[in-house]
Design a protein. Structure first.
Length: 60
């Protein structure tokens, strides 16, 4: 995802912080996101999705 200004943001799993496009290699990051705020919530959204998928698997 790219913002209106063309910026992309990432969440670095190695350093546990938000980074701009020029940062760690993509293999160490989640994203891209259109804002730093969206990137900052990457781990929380991932955990919520994992819980939802696990619950869906139990229901099957």
């Amino acid at each position: 995802m790219t913002s209106e200004t063309g910026e992309q943001w990432w969440f670095c799993l190695k350093h546990m912080r938000v980074e701009p496009d020029k940062g760690c290699p993509n293999k160490d990051r989640m994203g891209p996101y259109s804002s730093a705020e969206e990137a900052a919530g990457a781990l929380q959204r991932s955990a919520e999705r994992n819980r939802a998928w696990e619950e869906a698997d139990r229901d099957d």
